[in-house]
Design a protein around this ligand. Structure first.
Ligand SMILES: C[S@@+](CC[C@H](N)C(=O)[O-])C[C@H]1O[C@@H](n2cnc3c(N)ncnc32)[C@H](O)[C@@H]1O
Length: 305
């Protein structure tokens, strides 16, 4: 596929960007995913006016729009020639201009309000069984030198796995069924400066992705409370690339202790989904609290052996 825009598409893109409010919109939407309401507060113009500008930018491919339950979000595209065009335009912008400075202050206020809401929700969550540092070290060690590529984290919750692996990923998406958790994940990713990571509303049993879309898929602390874990793992296997890997992370307490690991829980679900499960790691080693199981499609596992 061409990485260049045709002359009409380039002209449409340049015309769309060549307007003061639309330049401001591009600049704020490059910093993360924002709802129309949030954008209107930052730009301080009427919603119909803002919506008209947003439509022009979307029509030219300089913004993408997606719906999440009752909200419509906007962000700049992450790949393709339109993403490059937006990047080039913004790179040449001196932000000392007073409009941009005021926008930035209002954007920070909007994000601070989101963060306050998210921290209220976070306070209700239970503590994870191992620390961030222990989990991130174990995950990196297990994945080794294998490129993360296109990453999907299912049941992303606080966006923990995206924070560990997002920086090494080409593209990164976290999905969750809960709007509250999506708010927490979006806030955490924004705070970590990972604006190239996206979060989306989706149900793990019916993922909105075509077969073989991802190189690395993670499911951390989700399946133990799932109605049908094997079905969720089979759905993840469907959207895994032939050379990809699926990492399941579960609490030991939820898989009936270490003794049953080969017969039940993650390794069993991987095998039932037609994947080879050749690596299982316990963390921490001495008194394990979680188990990590890495699954691969059988051909890839044979080639790697
Ligand atoms: C215990 S949390 C773990 C979150 C995250 N993986 C972590 O380790 O921080 C389980 C997450 O799975 C999500 N979840 C549960 N059922 C789901 C489903 N059917 N589809 C997508 N996400 C689901 C929940 O909303 C919740 O955020």
């Amino acid at each position: 596929m061409s990485t260049f825009l045709t002359s009409p598409a380039l002209l449409a893109g340049l015309k769309a960007a060549a307007e003061p409010t639309r330049l401001r919109l591009l600049r704020i939407c490059a910093q993360g995913e924002l709802t129309v309401g949030e954008i209107t507060r930052v730009i301080a113009q009427s919603q119909p006016r803002v919506s008209r500008h947003l439509k022009i930018l979307c029509d030219a491919g300089l913004l993408v729009r997606f719906r999440e339950r009752h909200w419509v979000f906007y962000r700049v595209p992450l790949s393709g020639p339109e993403a490059e065009l937006v990047g080039n335009v913004l790179q040449n912008l001196a932000i000392e201009d007073s409009d941009f400075m005021v926008d930035q202050q209002r954007l920070e206020d909007v994000l601070a309000e989101r963060a306050r809401l998210a921290s209220g929700y976070t306070a209700e969550l239970r503590q994870p069984p191992v620390s961030d540092e222990q989990l991130s070290t174990a995950v990196r060690k297990l994945l080794g030198s294998r490129p993360v590529g296109d990453l999907l984290d299912i049941g992303t919750g606080t966006g923990r796995l995206l924070r560990f692996l997002g920086e090494s990923a080409e593209h990164a998406v976290g999905v969750d069924i809960s709007s509250k958790m999506l708010l927490i994940a979006r806030t955490n990713l924004q705070a970590a400066g990972l604006s190239h990571c996206m979060v989306r509303h989706a149900n793990m049993y019916q993922m909105p992705f075509t077969n073989g879309s991802f190189d690395t898929i993670t499911i951390d602390d989700v399946l133990n409370e799932a109605e049908d874990p094997a079905a969720a793992v089979a759905e993840a296997a469907r959207i895994l690339r032939a050379t990809g890997c699926l990492l399941l992370i579960e609490k030991i307490s939820s898989v009936n202790g270490v003794g049953d690991l080969e017969k039940a829980g993650p390794s069993r679900w991987l095998r039932d989904a037609g994947l080879a499960c050749n690596t299982t790691v316990l963390v921490p080693e001495k008194r394990p609290a979680i188990v990590l199981c890495l699954g691969q499609k059988k051909d890839a596992a044979k080639r790697a052996a």
